[in-house]
Design a protein around this ligand. Structure first.
Ligand code: SF4
Length: 512
């Protein structure tokens, strides 16, 4: 994303509003909470540097250099002309970890919402108490390397051997020879096993060889490093290796036994040695990715991002919503309209909005039933709780049940061939969902131009996510859920500052 020079000037002018005395005190509180006393560098300055780092997509080392060489950065950090860096690389990394530990990254995002909202109030356009909020997600490819089973096992074993070498103070080569795992002596496991991977038999044999050497490594560790294996330095890589063997391998039922690569995918399968929280995910039937999903909740009128969450890619959308809901509650947000994707429809936030008299807007399901009449061919009356079929037969229904039409009438019906393939003695069945009332309203909404217009309001959150994607790129900057949540909150905070800037610098139309 191209950096807008005007943002630096804006931050220079308005940094005291963002980091006012109260918020500076909150940031200082991070040091008292962890018993670390006083901050070595003013936390307000570090927080601003953290935001600028996200804006410039700079590494820690580059960010430190920029405090000396980049006038725009010096201007915002108020260190113009300084010949020494404003802070060290270690201090910047430590500050980031502290933000994460104390959840102050969430406060930083909330703070951008507060200042930007307050500005609108000054304008006389008092913010409404009830908000139109939209929630959506996007895929984020993880930073860890994704490998096939053989490479994953080899990679995990190499980490174990390296840790053992560290504990013993030996060279890695000596550990590999003593532990009976010579495959680790080559630069790649597949090179060491050296078979034709297209030949099933050779592949099976190579897997047995690898597993025998893994057993040998584990046995050797038990005999020689039993006590040390409880040390975190060894315990963690051993745990990863055991997890991979358990999830990717299974006993081979063929004659000769041994193990084989698991048929099908283990639930919650780990895909990377380096990042244990990355998972396989799907954006659509054909689009697969490995990593995480980023979720955001945006206010549609102000375009401000109110809350963020990151989950492993295999976690359903509905499970990500409670964290967003919690963060919205912290800000005392009352939702008047909730615009969501169908994936979030079973989340508790939907229930809460409906209970409080709010409205939920979401594209309805398109009922399908092959060549036969779909559910939409039946007339539903929510008031009388009745369902009328295309031939005019009416049945009463209860939410969360399956309605079966009268078998005798169905048997004589001229439309039967288009309606059901039920066995003789049975009528057509139609499932009625627990949330049928909501689905019914959504189906009605999509039938009118005004309703479709309201459903399209959700594109606002898609635009915000597209901006996040442009800012951060398709690949995660960090490993793990928590650090990537921090990075998303930071990107969202920058976007809120840009919205604030756009609002402040918009041309004001004078009355004629
Ligand atoms: S088969 Fe039964 S449910 Fe279907 S249209 Fe005929 S009467 Fe109605």
């Amino acid at each position: 994303m191209g950096q807008n020079g005007k943002l630096f000037a804006f931050l220079r002018r308005h940094r005291h509003e963002l980091f006012d005395e109260g918020f500076q005190k909150e940031l200082e509180g991070m040091y008292r909470q962890t018993g670390a006393g006083k901050a070595p560098v003013p936390p307000g300055l570090m927080a601003m540097a953290t935001l600028l780092q996200g804006y410039l997509r700079a590494s820690d080392a580059t960010m430190v250099e920029l405090t000396v060489f980049d006038l725009r950065v010096q201007l915002v950090l108020d260190c113009l002309g300084d010949m020494e860096p404003a802070f060290s690389q270690g201090a910047l990394s430590e500050f980031r970890q502290r933000l994460i530990r104390t959840q102050m990254d969430r406060r930083l995002l909330e703070r951008t919402v507060e200042v930007a909202s307050r500005q609108r109030e000054f304008d006389g356009r008092k913010l409404k108490a009830l908000l139109k909020v939209a929630i959506d997600s996007r895929p984020l490819v993880g930073a860890g390397r994704v490998e096939d089973t053989i490479n994953l096992l080899g990679h995990a074993a190499r980490k174990v051997a390296q840790s053992a070498a560290q504990v013993l103070g030996w060279p890695l080569e000596k550990v590999c020879r003593e532990a009976g795992i010579p495959v680790l002596l080559e630069s790649s496991i597949k090179k060491a096993l050296d078979v034709d991977w297209n030949q099933a038999e050779q592949k099976t044999q190579a897997l047995q060889t690898l597993c025998q050497q893994l057993d040998s490594l584990e046995d050797w560790l038990k005999k020689n490093l039993a006590v040390q294996s409880y040390q975190p330095v060894l315990a963690e890589p051993l745990k990863v290796l055991a997890q991979l063997r358990h999830q990717d391998l299974e006993p081979d039922p063929a004659e000769g036994g041994g193990v084989r690569i698991r048929q099908g995918v283990a639930p919650d399968r780990r895909v990377s040695v380096e990042d244990g929280e990355m998972r396989h995910g799907r954006k659509s039937k054909s689009h697969r990715f490995n990593g995480f999903k980023q979720h955001i909740a945006t206010e549609l009128e102000t375009e401000l991002i109110l809350a963020c969450n990151v989950t492993p890619a295999n976690q359903p959308e509905a499970e990500a919503a409670p964290v967003l809901q919690q963060d919205l509650e912290r800000q005392k947000v009352q939702i008047e309209q909730l615009h969501i994707d169908r994936g979030y429809i079973t989340s508790p936030v939907v229930e809460q909005v409906l209970e409080q008299g709010g409205e939920v807007l979401c594209k309805p399901w398109a009922p399908k039933n092959g060549e036969l009449f779909s559910k939409s061919a039946f007339k539903m009356n929510m008031r009388s709780r009745t369902l009328t079929c295309p031939a005019g037969q009416t049945e009463r229904f209860t939410l969360g049940t399956v309605v079966e039409f009268d078998a005798r009438q169905c048997e004589q019906c001229p439309l039967r061939a288009q309606c059901t393939t039920a066995a003789p003695g049975h009528g057509r069945t139609v499932s009625i969902a627990e949330d049928e009332k909501l689905q019914h309203r959504l189906r009605k909404l999509v039938k009118t131009p005004a309703g479709r217009q309201r459903l399209r309001m959700r594109v606002g959150v898609e635009h915000r996510l597209a901006h996040v994607a442009r800012r951060q790129g398709p690949r995660a900057r960090y490993r793990g859920v928590r650090k990537n949540t921090f990075d998303l909150r930071r990107a969202a905070a920058i976007q809120n500052i840009e919205s604030w800037q756009r609002h402040m610098e918009r041309p004001v139309l004078k009355a004629a």
